[in-house]
Write a protein that binds this ligand. Structure first.
Ligand code: 13P
Ligand code: SF4
Length: 346
């Protein structure tokens, strides 16, 4: 039963003590997040992952790229486990290293040595490693603006992977015009751009988050009509139009803090993942918090981590035969570390 599983997880956590560290992303289910030693957005979890040198086992309650990041930042004696290997990320899957190598070659031919690659942490270790070995870095939605500013201090143009929306929304916020941005289509291997190449500043990889793209202009219009007194706040993985039409936009952390600091009685329509919106509805009892899209929008891969998988993962440590160990190959790990470190240094 659920109670038995929960009790067993608490017992194993107690038995392992500081040998075990369990980070949990905000989008995880409540049944999982209750056990997390640290809850956070991608940036916070990368930082705590980098700081924890003690735990022998890191059981990552999140998706595959986050567990890879934890491994890249971990020490030799630490083992990272992901309770369900099917917990991937459709956005990270939209950029593979072969596509990037081809894209890079073409862009170098067209634009010369004027481009720096920047990747959202929502990407594979191989993509991060490419950025690390080509003077680039990683970023998260919490530090996107700072990292774009850093990148523009290095080169004239940025190749931004894999989320076109985060790239476009952040650059636009910094005063870069849409005419100065182009989209790179990794399937067709073409740059979608009819402007003056001399003006080009942002090259946006044609990737997106399948969860955040579900928040539409129709949702915004309906919310404005049905709840004219509600504030609309969305994640910058939402499309440009939705972000422009919203009252505010920001990373998971910013959404949480903004609503937390808002006056009692205020109303919030939120454009981000379902588990987080539901949690805010429960926690912010003096405010009204609901999803911008009434179909709620869960991240199905985040949701793959559940009680049975978490327990199975922890039992495997006790056995001892750790299952679903995430181990990034040495050279990739080194270069990806460089990309992450450039971010953590900013
Ligand atoms: P943040 O944690 O940076 O807000 O990113 C949200 C997300 O989609 C994680 O997969
Ligand atoms: Fe990937 Fe989007 Fe899910 Fe985040 S919410 S893990 S970006 S699919």
């Amino acid at each position: 039963t659920k109670q038995e599983m929960e009790k067993r997880i608490w017992d194993i956590k107690k038995e392992l003590g500081s040998r075990l560290f369990m980070p949990g992303h905000y989008y995880q289910k409540d049944e999982v997040i209750q056990f997390a030693d640290e809850t956070g957005d991608s940036l916070q979890l990368a930082k705590t992952g980098a700081a924890n040198k003690e735990a022998e086992f890191i059981v990552f309650c999140g998706v595959h790229f986050m567990a890879e990041t934890a491994d890249i930042l971990s020490e030799e004696h630490q083992t990272v486990l992901l309770p369900d290997l099917r917990a991937g990320c459709s956005m990270a899957d939209m950029a593979n290293i072969n596509q990037l190598e081809k894209a890079w070659e073409k862009l170098q031919t067209q634009l010369g040595d004027t481009v720096i690659p920047l990747t959202y942490v929502n990407s594979t270790a191989a993509i991060k490693a490419f950025c690390g070995s080509h003077e680039g870095a990683t970023l998260t939605s919490s530090n996107a603006k700072k990292m774009l500013e850093w990148a523009f201090s290095q080169k004239e143009r940025i190749l931004f992977l894999p989320d076109q929306h985060l790239g476009r929304n952040t650059a636009f916020d910094m005063g870069i015009r849409l005419e100065e941005m182009a989209v790179w289509d990794p399937i067709q291997q073409v740059l979608e751009y009819d402007g003056d190449p001399a003006q080009l500043r942002m090259i946006l990889w044609k990737g997106h988050c399948s969860v955040h793209e579900k928040f539409t202009m129709e949702n915004v219009r309906n919310t404005r009509r049905e709840h004219p007194d509600a504030n609309i706040i969305v994640h910058p993985e939402c499309t440009f139009d939705v972000v422009q039409a919203a009252d505010d936009a920001g990373s998971t952390n910013k959404i949480i803090n903004t609503i937390h600091k808002a006056p009692p009685g205020s109303k919030w329509a939120v454009g981000t993942e379902m588990n987080l919106v539901n949690r805010l509805t429960q926690v912010e009892t003096d405010k009204t918090v609901f999803s911008l899209n009434s179909n709620m929008c869960p991240c199905l891969t985040m949701n793959r981590i559940d009680l049975p998988h978490l327990l199975w993962s922890l039992e495997s440590i006790i056995t001892p035969d750790p299952h679903h160990v995430i181990k990034v190959e040495t050279q990739t790990k080194r270069d990806a570390w460089t990309a992450l470190e450039r971010m953590l240094q900013q």
